[in-house]
Structures are given as structure tokens and as C-alpha cells.
Design a binder for this molecule. Structure first.
Ligand SMILES: C[S@@+](CC[C@H](N)C(=O)[O-])C[C@H]1O[C@@H](n2cnc3c(N)ncnc32)[C@H](O)[C@@H]1O
Length: 232
């Protein structure tokens, strides 16, 4: 008898695991946990990922408007959303900087193509899709803010990434990292893949960045850490 295609059958579960919305009770280990290592790929159908990443129900806990307000972006700011996925934050960031621009960077060409289609479909004229490298955001011009949501724990060589990113920030530029708290007990990436705030702060400080803002009360699942670029 022909065996069912497990990949298709498990897709919703795998997608949830990867975007950090898997119920912790879900049996992730038949693929989920093993595949949700730092090198996990998001190279399959972006339309399927969009159902997860852009689920309107996400807004209730993600609080995108509050996150963006916290960044205090100027209307003409140059911003990069690295690990932009299907554009959940990138589109909102672009609307928050109407006289600026947002590079929506991802290492998956499928995501970059999706972002280009989405920008055209939703008439987001200041959103610029960009193919990043795993250890290099690859921004063509320096930006004011690099924003990274639910992606930092996927970056394998973070010291190399930070070295590259430093050169792609304007003087006074910032990196904002939004990711899952280790002690959050609900949906989210497997706990052993999450990074504590202290670990993230230590690796950014080792690269010369200084902690400028820290929020872990307003956002129910996550912490937001904002760092200033090393002074040359
Ligand atoms: C869990 S998704 C988050 C998507 C989006 N930030 C959001 O919050 O909806 C992680 C995304 O980061 C991308 N990614 C993983 N490693 C990356 C890297 N080193 N540089 C840039 N993007 C990366 C993946 O391809 C994927 O689209």
C-alpha cells in the first residue's frame, strides 16, 4: 500500500514550530525539533508560511504597533528587517517610515520573491526585498536600524553576522532583537533553541554594541533588546 506523504501531512505542525507558534504539547520531534536547528530552512511554499506568519490572530500577542513605536523611528529612517519572512513586520515598518525605506532581507530566495510580490500587491513602494547571506545581512547602503524578529536564534555564526552588520549601520545606528523568552511557557520555538536575554546581551557586547533599551514586560512572549552600534 502507498504510504501517505508525511511531509504534507506534517506541514502545518512544522510551520508552527518554525515560526514559533507551536503549542508546546505538540509532538515536534518527528521532524519539528530536529529540523528546527539553527540551519532550518524556510525554502518551501511561502504561501503556507504566510498563513502562519501573517495570521491576524498573531497581532494580539505580537503587538506590532507597540514594538514599532518602541523603536522611535524617524519618518525618513532607513531600516532593515533581517529574516523578514513573508513581511509581517517589514510591511508595517515600511508604513512607519513613509519618507524612508525598509530593506526586507531574507536568506531564502522564495521569501524574497514573496516579499516583492507582496510589496507590489499592497502598494508598499518603500519596501525593498533583498537576498541576505547567512552570516551577512548584505545591505547595499548603511541603515539606521536593523530589526530582527524571531530570527536571531536561527543565525548560526552570530559573531560573523555582527561584524558584517556593524559596517552596514550608520553611525549611531541600532540593532533591535525581538525573540522568545526562555521562560515563556506557551507557544514558541523549542526551549533549547531559545536564547536568554543575558546571552544575547553578552554576544552583542562582545561585538562592541551597547544596550540602549530593554523591554520584557509589555510583550507577553518575547523580549525586545535594542543595541547601539560600536563607536568607530
Ligand atoms: C521564523 S521566521 C520569522 C519571519 C519574520 N521575521 C516574522 O517574524 O514573521 C525566520 C526567517 O528568517 C530567515 N532567516 C534564517 N536565518 C537567516 C539569516 N541568517 N539571515 C537572514 N534571514 C534568515 C528565514 O528564512 C525565515 O524567513
Amino acid at each position: 500500500m502507498r504510504r501517505p506523504d508525511l511531509t504534507l501531512a506534517l506541514f502545518p505542525l512544522l510551520a508552527l514550530a518554525a515560526c514559533g507558534t507551536t503549542p508546546t504539547s505538540a509532538p515536534m520531534d518527528h521532524h519539528g525539533h530536529g529540523a528546527h536547528h539553527r540551519g532550518h530552512r524556510f525554502d518551501d511554499d511561502p504561501a503556507q508560511w504566510a498563513k502562519r506568519f501573517d495570521d491576524p490572530a498573531r497581532d494580539a500577542w505580537q503587538k506590532p504597533d507597540a514594538v514599532i513605536a518602541r523603536l522611535g523611528l524617524a519618518a525618513d529612517a532607513q531600516v532593515a528587517d533581517v529574516g523578514a519572512g513573508t513581511g509581517y513586520f517589514a510591511v508595517r515598518l515600511a508604513r512607519a517610515v513613509p519618507h524612508g525605506a525598509v530593506w526586507a532581507a531574507d536568506i531564502e530566495p522564495t521569501m524574497v520573491a514573496w516579499l516583492a510580490d507582496r510589496a507590489a500587491r499592497e502598494d508598499v513602494v518603500n519596501l525593498r526585498p533583498l537576498l541576505a547571506k547567512p552570516a551577512d545581512p548584505a545591505l547595499p547602503t548603511p541603515v539606521d536600524v536593523i530589526f530582527i524578529c524571531n530570527t536571531w536564534h536561527h543565525v548560526a555564526d552570530r559573531p560573523a553576522w555582527l561584524k558584517a552588520a556593524t559596517a552596514q549601520l550608520k553611525p549611531g545606528g541600532r540593532i533591535a532583537i525581538l525573540d522568545y523568552r526562555v521562560d515563556f511557557e506557551g507557544d514558541g520555538p523549542p526551549k533549547d533553541l531559545r536564547l536568554t536575554q543575558e546571552a544575547v546581551i553578552a554576544e552583542l557586547q562582545a561585538a562592541g554594541f551597547s544596550l540602549q533599551d530593554r523591554e520584557d514586560g509589555e510583550f507577553p512572549r518575547q523580549y525586545l533588546l535594542v543595541f547601539g552600534r560600536p563607536t568607530p
